[in-house]
Design a protein around this ligand. Structure first.
Ligand code: C5P
Length: 235
């Protein structure tokens, strides 16, 4: 399956599909951290993250969340709606961790009173600066109306995923989403949902990219556990 090349990022290649309407995302085996400062290639990573993304987005679709997911093309591709991506990372946090603790203090794993949504501007050179809705409006990145829709959608999607992982005995601490506009101007969930883009814990054990960030070994053994529980979602 090959189409017209559109874009290559750190972990994905985007091509226009033969139908001219949808895109084919190829998930690479690359893993990065620290805005690309740390980089490795791990055999099977693209396969694991594409299948996890496919199944979790399908799950969200069945729960009424509008996602890019159309179909999974094993081993490491997804056919998706073509979106005009918004250059933001939308983070939903249930517990304090990572940059939240570095910025505001507190301890890793402490509860937040409810799902908390943050926007960061996607820029490795600027180190993804935190943005409030006023910044988004002033810089012409997003209108207040669209920001409000995204906050609401991100909370809904994160709560549904939290519920799914809780059923399997896991704690979803936080998660990062990316959104885009479809051809009709509707906001749609895009990119990826995998252990690369969330913090997932079980009885103190780490099942996410913090294994890699903290040099705790090859994370794929744990990613495979996550994949196996996601296989309960039938495509
Ligand atoms: O590092 P930080 O605490 O801001 O990350 C919050 C969540 O967003 C984590 O689950 C992390 O994996 C995810 N994230 C991401 N891509 C980034 C930054 C954070 O997927 N560039």
């Amino acid at each position: 399956m090959s189409g017209t090349f559109l874009y290559e990022g750190k972990t994905k290649i985007v091509e226009l599909a033969e139908d001219g309407q949808s895109v084919i995302l190829t998930f690479k085996d690359d893993i990065t951290a620290g805005d690309g400062a740390k980089h490795d290639v791990l055999d099977l990573k693209g396969q694991y993250c594409s299948e996890i993304t496919a199944r979790l987005m399908h799950y969200l679709n069945t729960k009424g969340i509008y996602t890019m997911f159309l179909n999974y093309i094993p081993p490491n591709k997804i056919r998706a709606r073509k979106l005009k991506m918004i250059p933001l990372e939308v983070i939903v946090r249930f517990k304090k961790a990572g940059s939240f603790v570095r910025r505001y203090g507190g301890n890793e794993g402490e509860d937040l009173p409810g799902p908390l949504v943050e926007f960061t501007y996607k820029s490795d050179v600027m180190h993804d600066p935190l943005m409030c809705v006023e910044h988004l409006e002033a810089l012409g990145i997003l209108s207040r109306e669209h920001a409000t829709i995204i906050i609401d959608e991100a909370k809904k999607a994160a709560m549904l995923l939290k519920e799914f992982f809780t059923l399997h005995g896991f704690e979803l601490w936080d998660i990062k989403f990316e959104y885009g506009f479809d051809e009709s101007g509707n906001i749609c969930l895009g990119d990826e949902i995998s252990p690369d883009t969330m913090r997932l814990r079980k009885a103190g054990e780490i099942f996410d990219k913090d294994i890699y960030r903290r040099n705790l070994g090859n994370p794929l053994e744990k990613y495979e556990v996550v994949l196996n529980l996601c296989r309960s979602i039938l495509l």
